[in-house]
Design a protein around this ligand. Structure first.
Ligand SMILES: [Zn+2]
Length: 363
């Protein structure tokens, strides 16, 4: 009888422990919410400015994937909003046009931030971004995609820094005065031009992140050598997974990582998978690229750069409001909190801190 009582007591005790653990075990949803509250989440590329400047324009890609409200809904703290433009001829007339257009897009982004100041604001430093998160607001960082607006005039690098620009992507899909693009076979400079090297030095001096998405392989490898601070790709994917001249080879990924930089993978079907069913692209495709980069160079060199409003968007992460799905997927894939924090912004912050620190030392 005593033995039965003893066994019953043990069983009761075990049942109580199981019940207690069941109650306290964190669900995936709760872990997503806790992580987004704690970590800094940063998306390094979108093309929202195109839509803002010309809402009725036909750019051949989806729009409506980016807004301060969507950032709040998806738990995104900060994003780089690019002033993007197509490459034209390398001559004074196009350079003047490019500068005017970049100025217009930057003005539109600042005006948007002012109009929605209850939700977010333009940030120009890590400190400002952190203060905004504390105040319950999102951060809009200004960037440039295709530095043709600088033309061949070095002082314009500071002109854009003074406007608040903190990242510059050297090229788009055409060669410019600074560097060769990844999508053209014409090797105008064989990578960076001499002027391009001066532009990078000036970006280093001022504290602007160097972005090599869209640049040629030679330009990327040379920029890694020339830059005094780590460089990034703001929205690129992996050539070994999806062969595309615009995606990064192992050599480029290793070079960027060895310099301490970060490859930000795009949520862009065209870059992620082979066609024709691009509409079916999902986080499954994104994960293939993510695991590839991590296997090649480790967890410290990968991040997120959606390309929303410029070709980005997946079936299960359609816009910024659905970013919790990405965090959920990272949890399901077995990533630790520490690893998720690195992917979502920790790695980029390390680069941005190095860029800010180097510029401070130059003053
Ligand atoms: Zn792009």
């Amino acid at each position: 009888m005593q033995r039965i009582r003893f066994v019953s007591a043990i069983l009761l005790f075990v049942a109580a422990i199981v019940f207690f653990l069941g109650c306290t075990e964190e669900t995936v949803e709760k872990r997503v919410a806790r992580l987004h509250k704690k970590m800094f989440t940063i998306d390094t590329h979108n093309d929202f400015s195109m839509w803002l400047e010309n809402p009725n324009g036909d750019y051949g890609v989806k729009g409506g994937q980016v807004s301060f409200q969507q950032m709040h809904d998806g738990g995104l703290d900060a994003a780089f909003f690019a002033a993007y433009q197509d490459q034209g001829p390398i001559d004074p007339e196009f350079h003047r046009f490019a500068r005017e257009y970049a100025d217009t897009l930057i003005f539109c982004l600042k005006q948007y931030a002012e109009k929605h100041s209850d939700l977010g604001a333009v940030a120009t430093s890590i400190e400002e971004m952190k203060a905004l998160k504390k105040a319950g607001k999102v951060a809009l960082f200004l960037s440039i995609e295709n530095a043709c607006c600088i033309g061949d005039s070095l002082p314009l690098v500071q002109y854009y820094y003074d406007q608040g620009v903190r990242m510059i992507g050297l090229t788009h899909n055409g060669n410019n005065a600074i560097a060769d693009a990844g999508t053209t076979k014409v090797k105008l400079h064989g990578g960076l031009s001499d002027f391009g090297k001066e532009v990078i030095a000036e970006m280093n001096r001022l504290g602007i992140v160097v972005d090599l998405s869209h640049a040629s392989r030679d330009a990327t490898l040379q920029a890694v050598q020339v830059s005094k601070t780590p460089i990034i790709a703001s929205h690129s994917c992996v050539f070994a997974v999806r062969e595309l001249s615009r995606n990064l080879t192992d050599e480029e990924i290793i070079a960027i990582a060895e310099k301490g930089g970060v490859v930000h993978l795009a949520l862009d079907a065209w870059l992620l998978r082979y066609g024709p069913d691009y509409d079916a692209a999902s986080l499954d495709d994104f994960m293939k690229h993510l695991h590839y980069v991590i296997d090649l160079v480790g967890i410290d060199h990968v991040g997120v750069g959606s390309d929303f409003d410029g070709g980005g968007g997946l079936t299960d992460c359609k816009d910024m409001s659905e970013y919790h799905n990405l965090t959920k997927r990272l949890i399901e894939e077995g990533f630790s909190d520490e690893e998720i924090i690195k992917i979502w912004g920790g790695n980029f912050l390390r680069v941005f801190e190095a860029v800010e620190r180097y510029a401070k030392e130059q003053r």
